[in-house]
Every structure is written in structure tokens, then in C-alpha cells.
Ligand binder design. Structure first.
Ligand SMILES: NC(=O)c1ccc[n+]([C@@H]2O[C@H](COP(=O)([O-])OP(=O)(O)OC[C@H]3O[C@@H](n4cnc5c(N)ncnc54)[C@H](OP(=O)(O)O)[C@@H]3O)[C@@H](O)[C@H]2O)c1
Length: 253
């Protein structure tokens, strides 16, 4: 895949910090990539579809299904080869979708949703964390308000996102001796293709949804990116770890 836009040597010589942002090809991930670029980071990102990935402004792009441990390990090695370091890991890749609980239905969608949303976070954390710098490394997992509440037709997604939050809390304790923080960001509905798909499934309009939010509107991807940037860069975030930061316009309040 001819997607590396800089030569390895140039990348290695760069003194900028490096963020690995999964699923940076569109939606919230693309907004995080843009924000981190503005903040002066070097950025690596991955996704499964090259068509969207090719348009990303990230410095290094690689095709990777985060549910495939071999692809994850290979992708991490490519990033390290290019930049020589990873300072921050942002696990943003995700897959929504309802899964039928009828006894006659297949179990395929359950496994795929758990694989991408939960196992993908686990693999990335397991294989990136040894490379993060002690004292300043950060992991930020994009979970969801569905890490904190249940929705009847989204049992797999809710289970996966609750799992991401439980994993975040446990892993924060594991990495605390190295002074590396691990947090989860839990958005409500964010204006992306994922939310559009969900509205279509439910047969509702944006207005139908917006009246359910105390602050009266969707979260914008840039607003999620702003919180992620704070957790990654602000000195004020140094003592925040193992937390779920909710951005939902007051829905869960
Ligand atoms: N939008 C919302 O309302 C909302 C609310 C709460 C939480 N979230 C969470 O926020 C994150 C981003 O959501 P979004 O709304 O931006 O979704 P999106 O627009 O559907 O984008 C998802 C991103 O993840 C990538 N991705 C999907 N499956 C992948 C896989 N197996 N391996 C690697 N990358 C994969 C996609 O690229 P490819 O398809 O090319 O792989 C894309 O870059 C997700 O974790 C989602 O669960 C979203």
C-alpha cells in the first residue's frame, strides 16, 4: 500500500511527538487527526477501507483491522519503523449495529461487534503500551454513553463499550507505576456516518433525536477531539486516569 507520505528517515528525525489514532479516516477519528495536526503532533492512523484512508491528512496511514492481532502487531511495527516512537495511543476505531437476540438468529454480528470494539482496544493497548514513554505516555479509548447505560437492540455494542470502560479502569492501575494515564471518552450521539446509520435503523430524524438531549443538539466530532486533545496534552490532565469523561449534552445527567 503506497500510503506513507514521508520517508522513514525524515519521520524518525522529526522531534515531534507521535500519536497513533485508530479509525482516523472519517468521523470522530478524522476530527481527532485534524486537531492533533493543528496541535503539532506527527500522526499515524489506520482503518480497513483504503479509499477513505487515502484522503486522511495523517502522516502515516496503514490498512489494519484492529480485530486482527497480526495486523495490529504489524501496523505497530510499521509505525515504530517510521517514527521511532509512539507517545499517545487513541483507540477510536469502532463498529455500531444492532444484533438480534432471537434464538433463530446467527451469532455473527455479536462476535464482530465485540471483536472490533473490545478486542481491538485490548490488542492495541497490549502491544503499544510497552513502547509508550514512562512519565508522559497516554492512552485514550473512545467508548460511548453506552459504556454506562443499556439499549435493548444493541446488546453487543453495549457489552463491548462497557468492557472498554472496565478495561480502561483496570489498565489504568496496571500502567500507573509507569506514570502513564489511561482514560475513556464517552460521547453521546455525535454527528457522523455512524449516527446517520443509527437514525436510519430507528427511522428517526435529527430533530426527533435532538429533543431528547437537554442541551438540544448533536455533539460535533470537533468537540470530542477537543477533549481528547486536553487528555493528551494539557498539564491539567496529568492526574486524570481510569476515568470515563462523558460528552453527551446532559443526556445521562
Ligand atoms: N457517532 C456517534 O454517535 C458515537 C457515539 C459514541 C461513541 N462513538 C464511538 O466513536 C468512535 C468513532 O465513531 P464514528 O462515529 O466516528 O464512526 P464512523 O464514522 O463509522 O468511523 C469509524 C472509524 O473506525 C474505522 N473502523 C471501523 N472498523 C474498523 C476495524 N475493524 N479496524 C480498524 N478501523 C475500523 C472506520 O474505518 P473503516 O470503516 O475504513 O475501517 C472509521 O475510520 C467509535 O469507537 C464509536 O463507537 C460514536
Amino acid at each position: 500500500m503506497k500510503i506513507a507520505e514521508m520517508k522513514s528517515a525524515e519521520m524518525k528525525s522529526a522531534e515531534k511527538k507521535v500519536a497513533l489514532i485508530t479509525g482516523g479516516s472519517r468521523g470522530i477519528g478524522a476530527a481527532i487527526v485534524k486537531r492533533f495536526k493543528e496541535d503539532g503532533w506527527m500522526i499515524a492512523t489506520c482503518a480497513t477501507h483504503e479509499s477513505h484512508l487515502d484522503r486522511s491528512i495523517a502522516d502515516f496511514k496503514f490498512k489494519c483491522d484492529v480485530a486482527d492481532v497480526h495486523a495490529v502487531q504489524s501496523g505497530i511495527n510499521q509505525v515504530l519503523k517510521c517514527f521511532g516512537r509512539i507517545d499517545v495511543l487513541i483507540n477510536n476505531s469502532g463498529l455500531a449495529g444492532s444484533n438480534s437476540m432471537e434464538a433463530s438468529s446467527t451469532d455473527e454480528s455479536w462476535h464482530r461487534i465485540i471483536d472490533v470494539n473490545l478486542h481491538g482496544v485490548y490488542y492495541m493497548c497490549k502491544y503499544v503500551s510497552p513502547h509508550l514513554p514512562d512519565g508522559s505516555g497516554k492512552i485514550i479509548n473512545i467508548a460511548s454513553v453506552l459504556a454506562l447505560k443499556g439499549v435493548p437492540d444493541q446488546t453487543a455494542y453495549c457489552a463491548a463499550k462497557h468492557g472498554v470502560l472496565g478495561f480502561t479502569r483496570a489498565f489504568s492501575g496496571y500502567l500507573a507505576p509507569r506514570k502513564i494515564t489511561v482514560n475513556a471518552v464517552c460521547p453521546g450521539w455525535v454527528r457522523t456516518e455512524m449516527a446517520q446509520g443509527r437514525m436510519q435503523d430507528l427511522g428517526i430524524t435529527e430533530k426527533d433525536f435532538e429533543v431528547t438531549v437537554p442541551l438540544g443538539r448533536f455533539v460535533e466530532p470537533e468537540e470530542v477531539a477537543d477533549v481528547v486533545s486536553y487528555l493528551a496534552s494539557s498539564p491539567g490532565s496529568a492526574m486524570i486516569t481510569g476515568q470515563a469523561i462523558t460528552i453527551d449534552g446532559g443526556t445521562l445527567a
